[in-house]
Ligand binder design. Structure first.
Ligand code: SF4
Length: 293
């Protein structure tokens, strides 16, 4: 198999063979991320893709589900995607579900009819690391789009019947804009229909622009407690009928997952308990020991 640089695999998705179709990230400018700094973006050569699909077919010719990998493979044009889907179906005729990461900007180049075609070919779910729905925060972390782009582009996925997951980056706005980040993100998420909403806390990894800004005193990161409080504001305002999960460092001991609307009160109570009882030093040590997103 051809795998290049860091592999980011959705830890909540059902296990399935991994097929790389792009390398690096087409954006590569988010201030909290160094995952693909040393990997120039490029499309994987079709020969590599075909070889990898053949290898997957040798292991299990009846594979029904694939996780397409790359930072944002949904960047590929409709024609290129179609070509890749044709190769996949030639060797793996039982594949019905293909999932992949996508940036909001990746959707822009595709019409609703093209998205419907991709859905028919098996691209049924995309993972969108939105991080925020607040314009100030999106600019601050260099995401490369605004709230109105999110709403406009993701509505096209709704029309095409492609399911999507959203991620909220807890702590991304620092102290100065925390409240707006939480409230405005929930407002944007509420206008759409994610099947999963996930949340991870911002970790300032060495070498990230945001980490360097924090060292110079230009970014004021939230404490673990403040991060929990921000997450609580976000969840209080969130009204999505989706599954909710978090890989925040406290999640291990708390019931912070499940169908969100059904469990909202329970989730908020668990979170309040965590806020009242958290061990700041232990949690911040856990975070400092993290090595990747
Ligand atoms: S967070 Fe995602 S979009 Fe942003 S630079 Fe990293 S891989 Fe690319």
């Amino acid at each position: 198999m051809h795998y290049t640089g860091t592999l980011y695999i959705n830890p909540y998705a059902p296990p399935s063979p991994l097929l790389e179709i792009t390398q690096g990230c087409s954006h590569n400018k988010c201030k909290f991320c160094t995952m693909y700094k040393d990997v120039p973006f490029r499309m994987s050569p079709m020969e590599w893709i075909e070889e990898d699909v053949q290898e997957i077919a040798q292991h299990d010719p009846h594979t029904t589900r694939l996780q397409i990998i790359g930072a944002d493979p949904f960047i590929l044009s409709f024609d290129r995607m179609k070509e890749i889907c044709d190769v996949i179906h030639r060797y793996l005729p039982d594949v019905k579900v293909m999932t992949m990461n996508a940036r909001v900007t990746n959707i822009k180049s595709k019409t609703v009819d093209q998205l419907k075609e991709l859905r028919k070919m098996g691209i049924t779910e995309v993972y969108l690391g939105l991080e925020s729905g607040d314009d100030w925060t999106l600019d601050r972390i260099h995401k490369g789009y605004h709230a109105n782009d999110i709403i406009e582009q993701v509505k096209k996925l709704d029309e095409a019947g492609i399911d999507y997951w959203f991620a909220f980056l807890n702590g991304a706005a620092g102290k100065s804009h925390s409240h707006e980040h939480a409230v405005n993100s929930a407002k944007v998420f509420n206008q759409l229909h994610p099947i999963f909403v996930g949340s991870g806390g911002l970790t300032l990894f060495p070498g990230t622009e945001l980490g360097e800004e924090a060292k110079r005193g230009e970014f004021d990161p939230l404490t673990e407690k403040e991060m929990m409080e921000e997450l609580k504001i976000f969840l209080e305002n969130l009204e999505c009928d989706a599954q909710f999960f978090t890989h925040h460092t406290i999640a291990v001991n708390l019931n912070l997952s499940g169908n969100f609307l059904e469990n909202k009160e329970k989730i908020l109570k668990s979170l309040q308990y965590a806020i009242d009882n958290l061990d700041e030093e232990k949690l911040s040590n856990n975070r400092n020991n993290k090595r990747s997103l």
